[in-house]
Design a protein around this ligand. Structure first.
Ligand code: GDP
Length: 138
């Protein structure tokens, strides 16, 4: 079934010059980019995006990190896009991520892990609408 998922190249990915690398990887794996923009979240916007993690010990540092520089947000479309994007990204902790995944290849640690990807259809719907109106998705 064709799905849509939200992908983010996080501030560390942008700082490290990995925008092209990440996009190339999605395109190579057959995930179609149907929306894309660069934005900088303020602290409150980062807190809103990660609201499900409010109360966790890493919430403060995660939202400070996510508002520390520009990010690239994209909507990816394809068969099983949510699961396939998660496979391409690898596990949250780069040390646990499989060889060849984006996080294993480029991430410094469990927080600064280069990319975000929605983890389920309901979160994908919320996350896509957090950044894009229906008019912005082609
Ligand atoms: P994801 O779906 O793989 O991105 O992982 P989660 O939804 O569990 O966590 C969201 C984001 O919070 C992760 O991508 C990391 O940037 C950050 N994060 C998760 N776990 C930890 C942790 O134990 N410590 C810190 N500092 N950050 C974390």
């Amino acid at each position: 079934m064709k799905e849509r998922t939200l992908s983010i190249i996080k501030p560390d990915g942008v700082r490290k010059g990995l925008i092209g690398e990440v996009i190339r990887r999605f395109e190579k794996e057959g995930l179609k980019i149907v929306a894309m923009k660069m934005v900088r979240l303020d602290k409150e916007e980062a807190e809103g995006f990660y609201a499900v993690h409010r109360g966790k010990p890493f919430f403060e540092s995660l939202t400070t990190f996510m508002s520390s520089g520009p990010i690239v947000v994209m909507v990816l479309e394809g068969e099983k896009a949510i699961e396939r994007n998660r496979q391409i990204m690898g596990a949250t902790d780069p040390q646990q991520a499989e060889e060849g995944t984006i996080r294993r290849m480029y991430a410094d640690n469990i927080q600064e892990n280069i990319v975000h990807g929605s983890d389920a259809p309901e979160t994908a719907t919320f996350e896509i609408s957090y950044f894009f109106s229906s008019l912005e998705i082609v």
